[in-house]
Structure formats: C-alpha cells, structure tokens
Design a protein. Sequence first.
Lengths: 477, 195
Amino acid sequence: MRTGRTPWGSSLVVILAMTGTGPAAVAAQRTSEHPQPAPEAESDSLPRPDILLAIGETLLINVVVNRFDAWVLQDETERVTPEDWARNLRLGWVWDEDTFLTNMFAHPYHGSLYFNAGRSNGLSFWGSIPLVILGSWTWEYLGETNRPSLNDFFMTTFGGVSLGESFHRLGATVRDNEATGARRTWLEIAALPLDPIGGFNRLLRGEWSRVGPNPPEDGTGDLTTWVRIGARAIADSGFVESEEDTQSVTPTVQVDLRYGDPFLTQYEAPFDVFSFRAQYSPGGGDLNKVRSSGRLYAIMLSPDSARHRHGLSVNQRFDYYHNPAQFFGAQSIEVGALSRWRLSGASSIRTELFGSATVLGGLDAPFAGVGDRTYDFGPGGGLRFEIAYERNRLSYIALRARSEYLHTVSGASADHNVSLGGLELSVPISGGIGIAAQASYFRRTSRYSDQPDDSRDFGQLSLFAEWKSSPRDGGGR
Amino acid sequence: MLVVAAAVVLSVPWATAAQETGRSKVSGELAFGGFLSRISCTSCDDVTTGTSKGGLFRLGVALETDVVLGLEAMGHSSETFAGDADEDVLIENLNVNAIVLWFPWQSGVFLKAGVGAARGTVTVEPAGEDPLDTRGTGVGLTAGIGLDLVVWKRLSISVGVGAWISALGDIVLPEANVDDVISSAYGLTLGLALR
C-alpha cells in the first residue's frame, strides 16, 4: 500500500491514525458506563481456529490492495506481470527509497491487517505472526513491479504484529457483544478503523447483532484514555555549521491510551498490557509522533500483597518521531525492571529501567545517498529510564530519558546516537478535565566515516487542555 | 505430487508419536544443510549467486504447548563466488537470531520466524598473495517451515526449509567498496532435535 506518494495518501495515513481518537473515546465511554469488568467469557476466537480462511484472507488483502492501487489510484508500480515476478524472484531483496512516513508507519498498519486476519479467525498471537510474514513476503515479491524491499518487510512484519495486537484488543474493547440495536451497530462501525478485517469477519459470521459475552481481549474497565488539545512550540538548532535556527508554534492534538496495568494485570498473553500515544500537529510535521509499547512477557518478583511491587518485563516497542528537526523511527524489543514504590495513601513512585535491541531503526541523514531517500536504516540498541509520581495509578509528573545507538546498514557509512528526554506534568482541575504541560529534548549525533560529524538539537514545549477517563478502582485482571 | 507426499508423511506413525509424547520444556536441535546463496547491493545491477554449505544450532524453551521461544545460530560458507580465476573467494555468514517456533498441529510440522544479528566475512586470496578479509555486521532475518519426525521418545529427525537474510552494510573490498550488502541463503537442513 503506497500511501506516502501523494497528499491524499498522507492524509489517509493521518486519518487512519487519528480515527483512533474516535474509537478511543468510545472505549473510554464504555469504561465509565461499565466500570465492572465483563464476566469471564469465551474468547472472541472461533471454537476452532480457521487457518485456511486466515491464509486466504491474508492473500486476498494483497489482491485487493494491489487492484485498488492499480485500477483506482492508477499506480503503475502495482501493474505486475509474470515477468516482474520472475525478476523479483531472481534478484531478491533491496533497500527502497520510500518516504519516511510510508516506511515507518503505513507499512506497519498494512501488516496489522494480515495479523488480524489471523486473530479474527481464532489464531493466537503467536499463530498470527506467520500470516504477517506470508502477507508481507508475497506482497514484496508479487505485489509490486519494484524489487522486494527488505525495510518494508521488517516494518510490515514487526510493526504489523505490534499494531495488529494493539488494534485487535482495542477493537474488542470498542465493540460490545452485550449491546443491541443501533448502539450495537455504531460500536461495530467505530471499531472498523482499528480492526477492519476483524469487523469484516464478524459481519460475515453474523456477530454484528449476536448477543453474547465479551471476549477476554475486551479491556473495558482497564483502559485509560487521555485526549489533549493545545499548542506545541518547537526550536530546531539546524546543522552545526549553520546559524539558522527555526522556531514555530503549531496546534497539536495528542491521544494516549493505556490498556491494563503492568503491576495489577497478571501476565496471561502478549500485549495484555500496552500503551499507545499518537500526536498530530498540522503545519508542524502533521503526524509527528506515534509510540507504542506492548508487554510480551512478564514476571512479578514481589507478591500481590507487598507494599512495593517489582517486576521484570519484555516489551515490544514501536517508535516514530517526525518533526521539523529530524526523523527517527524504530522497531525494538526491550527487557528491564519496573517498580511501583507505594507512598502514603494513593500516592506512589513508578520507576522503569530497560535495555533495548533495535531490530531496525531509521534516522534522517543528509548523506544517505540512496536515491531519493534521505535517511539511514540500521540495527542498534539503547537504554531507557523513567520515573513518575502517581496517584491512583495515574501519572501526574513523569521524567523520561532515553539513549539509542544506530549502526547504518543502508545509507551513509555512519553510526548515530540519539538522546531523548522529557518532563510531563498533568494537573487535574475537575472530574476528568485538566491541563498538561510537556517539555522534551531531542539530540542526535552522527559520526560519518567520510563526512564531518553532524549534531542537531530539537526542543519542544507543549501546553494542553486534557480530558481523561479514569480506570476502575482496583482495576487489573 | 507434493501434496500427496505431504499427506503420506503426515499420516505415518511418527506423527502420532509426536502427539502422544508431547514436547519437552527445553529443546535443542543440530542440523546441517545446503543452500542457494545470493549477494546483492545498492549499486548492483544484478545479483551474485552461488551455493554454500553450513549448519545450525537451536536452543528453545516452550512458552505454550504449541510455541517455543529460542535462539538459533546458523552459519554457512561458500567458495563458489570467485569471479577471477586467479583468486579464491570465501564468503562466510553467521546469523544469531531470536526465534519463535509455532506448532499449529500435532503432526510435528512447525513454522519458524526470527530476527537477530548477522556477520559476514569475505576473504579474497589472490594467487601467490596473502589473503585479505573484510567484514560487515548488521541485522538478520529468518523464516522457514520444518517437520519433526519422532524416532524415539523426544528424539526427532528434523527436516527444514528456510531462508536467512543478512543485511551487512558496507563491505570494503580491495578493488571497491560495496554499499548496503544483503546476503541471502535459501536451503534445506537435516538434523536431530530433542523436543
């Protein structure tokens, strides 16, 4: 799906991302209307996984997207012939030159469709991963006249798993199998942007109207949503050699979701705890931040009754930053420790310390030298630390610091270091309404083997009016 | 013919044995195989192909009854990439990947996917001169399908077909810099597994 080549394509990606705001608001409303968790219910899965149908739908997604691009968008790269297939099979993988938005965000969304072809046909998280590989592999070799793109394969597969499972659970949270009538239909429609394949399968099986228990993936009562509207001021140092600094103020909308609590939600399956943030600033990079983290595995080191809780966790992360200073994106796995130190009353201090392995990251680099592409690709690693003051498990003050290293395997001959840090403050006023302030700092240093070193800074200050839904007291499953 | 062969393989007693014995919490596998290797780069108009031989070693832990999480080290080498008759070229690849094995059925068939680190070494030995070697380090991917044929309790003969992709970055050769090298290996492995 080539959505980065036209303004309409970019808008489509934004709409897909920000329509999460609507379903998120619906999910939050369901949370407040139904503070008690749904009774333990049958999974949304079929009694028996339908592997053949899942495979068929995965391949059908490629056919539909290919024909839509070729016939409707008149995209010549989708008019494939057997000669293109033979050439792609003979030549194999290459690094492509697509836009940063297409490579780092649009492909993960495409991958989530394959993933949810599996989840909505009864396959588990692990069982749905081969479908993403199948869908992405066949698309790269057979779906386009271009040679198969290795970075697309990475992004579609890893990003597809991360976004796919998150959207699968959010879709289940938005829907309500116990609702009836027009409300039931509108909830099913509201979940479509998140999980269109799941919604389509439910329609085929008659589940848009069938009343029954909600699946375990339904996070009602365990989903916290923040919507922030405000302004963002940015300052970019420019290149070291340049005296040009850029500053601007742009309107900004930010959506935060937190599904489950890592200290209260007992580990049962991957992504039973995850968080998601998206930020949109028209005229200031448009969709400029998407950040998600899903728990793959966890063990608690302290009993439930302990005053201070400690645990170890393995998370899958997806990061996308696109601001006037630079682009940075990464698919990574992190391992680390997290603690909640109980203070008096409902107050606590939460700390997190994680080390990460970046499977594939991207960073803008003026000397990339790969055709039209102006960013480097490569693996790497990093460290992340966070400390926050919480009340009733909601963060009011949070300090974050992160450092990432990237070794280029496609682009300039370079090694990059990226440092990100920030302070976030949330002040409640009344009910779920409040104000929020966020200050962040982004610094990158690039060391080239055949060019001068490059260093850039980016500062950002945002002020928001904030609305949030509150988790049910004592939440967690 | 392939479908018939697959049906026969999946129906023989070892398929039942796999179901009856279940799988170990900890598993291991050692296998060897032959591969079709391919090397491409950003500035390459075409790809260079050859054959290679190698092996793999896997260690895994069962997360669920049908999911094994593990580590795989796969190495292969080839001496078939020499273009100049006066020099020998040895290409060696090592991939160390975190892998997931998924057993969708009881027959012993499994699907594999993984990602990790990759290292490629090119050794060029011109006739009568000292060898020169250069290395690239980057990221690796692997995917494949396999079949465990239980021969005794938890010991199986494991047959697999797989792909190993290594993105090695820039390789500096005596006569040229090769940008953004991607090395691929596709092949068949045969070995013993304790699962």
